[in-house]
Write a protein that binds this ligand. Structure first.
Ligand code: GLU
Length: 546
């Protein structure tokens, strides 16, 4: 019995060889230095902000080099797969303008010449590669049951040995092919393991574009490459796919750094040139002084959908991610206000090795600056889109009189330093609700308000056609009549006066809006108009007398 016969027994239906696939998927016709990279998620239906960062990095590097960015779905772990996982991933990334040049589009559809891009559809390809390894004596069927593997692990843990099937634990590694094929014919369960050529006592060097040269002991563990269900393991599938899809750079989260010795070894076993690797450090969070990894369980900002639900503009998130990828981005962006993120030349050398702090407050500030540069029309449209999905009630109020709403949004906007108060579209209602009578159901705090004075002012002095200067001068003049003076005089002799002009404005603001802080009072009063201002004063009186 030969190894070839054993391989045929295991894979009776495999007709092609590796060469066939190499010809089917020839090298890509791209310009020198073009980066081919991929996002390779398991479709669990959740896109982590760290994964968005890795995708955004991959996308940016691929595109700035005129390369290719593709989506490959790694669904060999069938237990974790969810329905619509692929569509959700594509949608979540598209929200951030990250689009794929190639890859899966849904469970059924895909684009590109290097597919299938869903691993569960590539079984025959993986089997071809595994078959060759068995023929060459580089992989073997292993009959250890799950219980036996678990008990080996337990023993190793107890005696503080390295965990895994290697050395004397690899009981089936050298089993004669006759015996192995007999067991298979008897219907015994098995998996396929790599016959690792490595020695734990030798070192290998791997270079990582972010971390520099890394040194590891060689992998000497006979890792599983095919599971009982016939599907390959992640490690093996990634090798076959990245080889045939001609990936030049693997950019992924650093949880995979420790797998590098296995991955490099797999490429070596086949004699393939490994791609370049760039491992991105995890995003960290300052949790009341404790620095820890951003956690899916504890931090809502971990899910990419969070930003959409909060109405944080995708452009702001991208700007923040760009500052995380390359620390020099922020300065460049400040100096190049008219440029787009895609005009920036990202560099692997400037990617942080230690992991960046993900600071929601900083992101919100970036977002505030970003929104402050938009005009009233843009803010109106963006907010409307947000409300259409998340707050239909307020949408009605917001869109009833678009010009009125735009005028509200325009307060303190067309100036050199526009007001920076909107960080997310979900905040808009909280910022302008009092400008709408249907929303204006105030509960006033207790405050000393000179109602008679305000009533006299609104009824007899206020003119909604006054410009800002006249408006202010009139208040000052009017104040004298009620014994309110200028701030300066009041400070010099507080006992002589009831208060100063500022106090009148504060009282007006409070009665009109029920708030102590708002944007420009003149603009607010002007927009509300005399009639409604008087109604608000009446409302205040009735509530206070009730
Ligand atoms: N499927 C792996 C994951 O979801 C991909 C790792 C890689 O990019 O090689 O993390």
């Amino acid at each position: 019995m030969t190894r070839k016969e054993l391989a045929d027994l295991i894979f009776p239906n495999i007709k092609h060889d590796i060469k066939y696939y190499e010809e089917k998927y020839p090298p890509r016709d791209l310009k020198e230095g073009a980066i081919v990279t991929r996002y390779a998620p398991s479709p669990t239906g959740f896109v982590h902000i760290g994964a968005l960062l890795a995708s955004f990095t991959s996308y940016s590097f691929a595109h700035q080099s005129e390369g290719v960015f593709f989506l490959r779905i790694e669904d060999t772990d069938t237990k974790r797969t969810v329905e619509n996982g692929i569509k959700n991933i594509i949608k979540d990334l598209k929200d951030f303008d990250i689009v794929f040049d190639e890859g899966a589009l849904s469970e059924e559809k895909e684009k590109g010449n290097y597919g299938p891009y869903i691993q569960s559809k590539r079984k025959e390809i993986y089997h071809t590669f595994i078959k060759q390894l068995i023929e060459e004596g580089k992989a073997y069927p292993c009959f250890l049951s799950e219980e036996e593997v678990a008990s080996i692990r337990l023993r190793q843990e107890k005696s503080k040995k390295r965990i895994g099937i290697y050395g004397r634990y690899a009981r089936y590694r050298d089993m004669p092919v006759e015996e192995a094929s007999q067991k298979i014919k008897n219907g015994e369960d098995y998996i396929i393991r790599l016959k690792s050529p490595g020695s734990f006592y030798k070192k290998i060097k791997c270079s990582d574009l972010v971390r520099g040269t890394l040194e590891f002991p060689e992998n000497d563990i006979d890792i599983p490459i095919m599971k009982k269900d016939g599907l390959p393991t992640y490690h093996f599938a990634h090798l076959v796919d990245d080889y045939l899809m001609h990936t030049t750079h693997i950019i992924r989260s650093d949880e995979w750094v420790s797998s590098l010795p296995i991955h490099i070894q797999l490429f070596q076993v086949f004699g393939f040139k490994p791609p370049k690797y760039a491992h991105i450090s995890p995003l960290l969070k300052n949790d009341n002084g404790v620095i820890r990894k951003l956690s899916k369980r504890k931090d809502p900002e971990c899910a990419v959908s969070f930003y959409h639900e909060m109405g944080i503009p995708t452009e702001a998130v991208k700007l923040y991610l760009a500052t995380i990828i390359n620390s020099n981005f922020e300065e460049w962006y400040l100096q190049n206000k008219d440029k787009k993120i895609s005009d920036f030349e990202f560099s692997f050398k400037k990617v942080s090795k230690s992991g960046a702090l993900f600071d929601l407050e900083k992101l919100t500030n970036i977002s505030k600056t970003y929104i402050s540069r938009l005009n009233k029309e843009e803010i109106y449209e963006q907010t409307k889109t947000y409300l259409e999905e998340f707050d239909k009630d307020f949408l009605k109020v917001f869109t009833k009189d678009p010009d009125y709403t735009k005028a509200i949004l325009n307060i303190e906007r067309e100036q050199k330093k526009p007001r920076k108060d909107i960080g997310k579209y979900s905040d808009v209602k909280k910022l302008i609700w009092y400008m709408y009578d249907e929303e204006f159901k105030p509960s006033y705090e207790n405050k000393d308000i000179d109602i008679e004075m305000l009533s006299d002012y609104l009824n007899n002095y206020y003119d909604e056609n006054d410009d800002k200067n006249t408006w202010f001068n009139k208040i000052a003049e009017f104040g004298q009549k009620h014994n309110y003076t200028s701030v300066k005089e009041y400070k010099e002799n507080p006992s002589l006066y009831k208060g100063h002009v500022g106090d009148i404005c504060e009282m007006l603001r409070f009665v009109i809006t029920s708030l102590t802080m708002t944007p420009d009072l003149y603009e607010i009063m002007h927009l509300l108009g005399k009639e409604r201002l008087i109604k608000r004063l009446e409302l205040y009186k009735t509530q206070k007398n009730a």
